[in-house]
Design a protein around this ligand. Structure first.
Ligand SMILES: *Cc1c(COP(=O)(O)O)cnc(C)c1O
Ligand code: SF4
Length: 347
């Protein structure tokens, strides 16, 4: 089901006629001592050649050991309540799993994903639930990890049942990359369970696609099954070097997402995470992507481009410069073609 060792990876690549040099194998072994390897068979099947956009997301690179740059917890998520981050007034993030179908090499939570010792415990989660119960201002709970859909259906159901007992929760969001990395995990059993719990409060799912190549008949089917049980789907992408840092790629990705019922929600500038510097490009690339989308294709295909402020300041939107607000309240603007316009209601 999963490739987790360098030996197994080497064999499976051999079946695709992709061969690794001794140096590449040594490097893989070095990196995986620090950051574990895990690739679902399905995601692995999407690799066509060494260094393609799928490969770059799942195969470790020696640059991960470049420890000069970045921080293990750049968003200051760790705090006194384990597994819970309450940064914004009315919503919180609950990390209920530390495994994923595939360990993305660029993951923000590289520090904890895959580490068995840090697996959220039943007791830990109960404490977090108590906190939510005692904070009546929390109306939106985001389940993340790791990947919540890697928990057993029973474990996830238990958590949903407990959350649904808390009256002030109006919505629950699940963040999962499973529709993209292990679509067969969206089973009938999982869908039946989610369907039992998708009202009062309502459920949303935000998934995570990075490249149009990931939209296959399998991932489309997984999304369809979730839509069939009435769950609205959004997508979050990260701009990654050697994967997707170009406007044309996002135009295609976001159109394809909309065509399978998934609304692009956030586009992230990568967090400054230790071991991921080789993925991080200039913020201008993100602005170019947004400019390449706005006006040029459906507005629904334009996500919010944000930087999650280092140190825990939350998500801050970064916008291309379309407008110049004048002192008298009028505004000078440029449209998507770069033409000038004015909106004057005061002279
Ligand atoms: C991203 C995030 C949220 C949700 O933010 P929205 O803008 O509402 O999607 C909530 N809490 C934390 C800690 C987050 O990182
Ligand atoms: S699926 Fe999400 S949490 Fe898991 S490794 Fe990828 S980015 Fe990290």
């Amino acid at each position: 089901m999963f490739i987790t060792t360098v030996q197994n990876l080497k064999e499976k690549l051999g079946e695709k006629n992709i061969f690794l040099s001794d140096e590449e194998i040594t490097n893989l072994e070095e990196v995986t001592k620090k950051y574990p390897l895990r690739i679902s068979d399905y995601y692995f099947s999407l690799i066509e050649e060494k260094g393609d956009v799928i490969w770059n997301q799942c195969i470790p690179r020696i640059e991960e050991l470049n420890s000069e740059f970045g921080n293990e917890d750049p968003l200051n998520e760790e705090n006194e309540i384990p597994f819970l981050t309450h940064r914004y007034p009315d919503r919180c993030l609950l990390l209920i799993s530390n495994t994923c179908a595939m360990y993305c090499r660029f993951c923000t939570r590289k520090r904890k994903v895959g580490e068995v010792v840090k697996n959220p415990t039943r007791k830990g989660i109960e404490k977090a639930l108590n906190y939510i119960e005692n904070h009546k201002e929390i109306r939106d709970v985001i389940l993340s990890g790791g990947d919540p859909l890697l928990l057993s259906v029973e474990t996830l159901e238990r958590i949903l049942i407990d959350l649904r007992k808390i009256e002030h929760i109006e919505m629950i969001r699940i963040g999962t990359r499973v529709p993209c990395t292990m679509p067969e995990r969206i089973t009938d059993k999982l869908c039946e369970m989610l369907k039992r719990h998708n009202k009062n409060p309502i459920l949303y799912i935000n998934t995570h696609f990075e490249h149009p190549k990931e939209i296959t008949k399998e991932s489309k089917k997984a999304c369809e099954k979730l839509i069939d049980i009435g769950i609205p789907l959004g997508n979050q992408s990260i701009i990654l070097k050697d994967v997707n840092n170009k406007p044309e790629i996002f135009k295609e990705l976001n159109r394809k997402l909309l065509s399978i019922g998934v609304k692009p929600y956030y586009l992230y500038q990568p967090d400054l995470v230790k071991g991921t510097s080789h993925f991080i490009g200039n913020v201008k690339e993100g602005l170019d992507i947004i400019q390449g989308l706005r006006g040029h294709t459906s507005g629904m295909a334009v996500p919010h481009f944000v930087i999650d402020a280092p140190g825990g300041g939350g998500k801050i939107p970064i916008l291309p410069n379309y407008t110049k607000l004048q002192k008298n309240g009028n505004v000078k603007m440029k449209n998507y073609e770069g033409k000038d316009f004015k909106y004057n209601f005061k002279n």
